[in-house]
Design a protein around this ligand. Structure first.
Ligand code: AVI
Length: 326
């Protein structure tokens, strides 16, 4: 079967693009400068992140992958009868592929904000699952998912791996998950599922190592956002004049990643500028860590009922299968 590509018109709409650019500028100009974490993922950023997932310190991807391997049969059983596997942040579709081959649902919807490798990866899967219709949907679902025009998934299994939910504040996470449970409510056949991967609270030294690795890959990943901003805004960030910082904030159960100015400097872009004093930071990412109870409560307050939770032996990572409440 051929793969259908759908690109959300909002991504290329000049007004939407101008608004997105303005949001970035507003973040840079706010008293505590911020950059939305999605801007970490230009083509190079995406590759750097893939490299991070192979680091010994970055336990998340490895642990999730092993957990998924262990529980895939149980998931397949519980998800029998789903109409669509909806792979959120599908990227190269590698994680989704394992589930897809086992589930062989009538439809696979691979969703990602970057078209970069989505179509190619989704097309590559078509051979493995000849009875599954495949749609590659390019959209930004950070503030809520909407079905692409002409597509409605009756009984979806949303797959949201990688603890990407942790890069949202708990309120934003609720809004996103709520949009998923709302989509399940709209369907005529009720009973959507969500399989989500979440990084758990753990000793600070493990988090510190994972977000400030010895090789310096996370530092490159973080600093690369400045190159991206130079391209996007026409700014003149000097990457060498900032350094990577990762701070474990136990009070908020999160790791805060930022870029610290090495000296007093002024950064310019057409129509604006920002002065940074020595030691002043730009926050680039929060990575929230949850307890099992906090995952339950997040899911319940978003319209899902947790059914099964799986964790690794160290209790570092959680996979949860939840059912949308009707
Ligand atoms: C994609 N996301 C879940 C990663 C995380 O762990 O928060 C991004 C990342 N940031 C630094 N290293 C990896």
């Amino acid at each position: 079967m051929s793969v259908q590509l759908i690109v959300d018109a909002r991504l290329s709409d000049p007004n939407c693009r101008a608004q997105a650019r303005q949001r970035v500028v507003n973040g840079l100009l706010s008293p505590l400068a911020t950059v939305p974490p999605t801007y970490l993922y230009d083509a190079l950023g995406a590759r750097l992140f893939t490299a991070i997932t192979e680091l010994p310190e970055y336990y998340l991807t490895r642990t999730e992958s092993a957990l998924l391997e262990q529980c895939v049969s149980q998931i397949t059983e519980m998800a029998s009868g789903i109409s669509s596997l909806v792979d959120l942040g599908a990227g190269d579709c590698k994680k989704g592929a394992r589930l897809l081959r086992r589930l062989q649902p009538p439809h696979y919807l691979a969703v990602d904000v970057s078209a970069e490798c989505l179509l190619e990866a989704a097309s590559g899967l078509a051979r493995d699952v000849p009875n599954t219709a495949i749609t590659a949907f390019v959209t930004d679902f950070a503030s809520g998912l909407r079905w692409p025009d002409g597509v409605c998934c009756e009984r979806p299994l949303f797959f949201y791996p990688g603890s990407s939910i942790g890069n949202f504040s708990p309120e934003e996470a609720r809004t996103l998950l709520r949009s998923l449970s709302d989509l399940c409510q709209q369907a005529t056949t009720r009973g959507g599922l969500l399989l989500i991967g979440v990084d758990l609270v753990k000793p600070a030294h493990l988090l510190q190592a994972a977000y400030d690795d010895a090789l310096g890959l996370t530092a490159c990943f973080n600093l690369n956002v400045l190159r991206h901003l130079n391209t996007l805004l026409g700014a003149d960030f000097d990457v060498r004049q900032f350094r990577h910082r990762a701070v474990v904030d136990t009070r908020h159960s999160r790791v805060e990643m930022s870029l610290v100015s090495r000296r007093h400097q002024v950064v310019h872009w057409p129509g604006g500028q920002r002065r940074f004093s020595e030691g002043e930071a730009i926050v680039t990412e929060h990575s929230h860590k949850y307890t099992r109870e906090a995952v339950d409560s997040l899911l319940r307050s978003s319209g899902f009922e947790p059914r099964v939770q799986w964790t690794d032996d160290h209790g570092h990572y959680l996979l949860c299968l939840a059912e949308a409440l009707c």
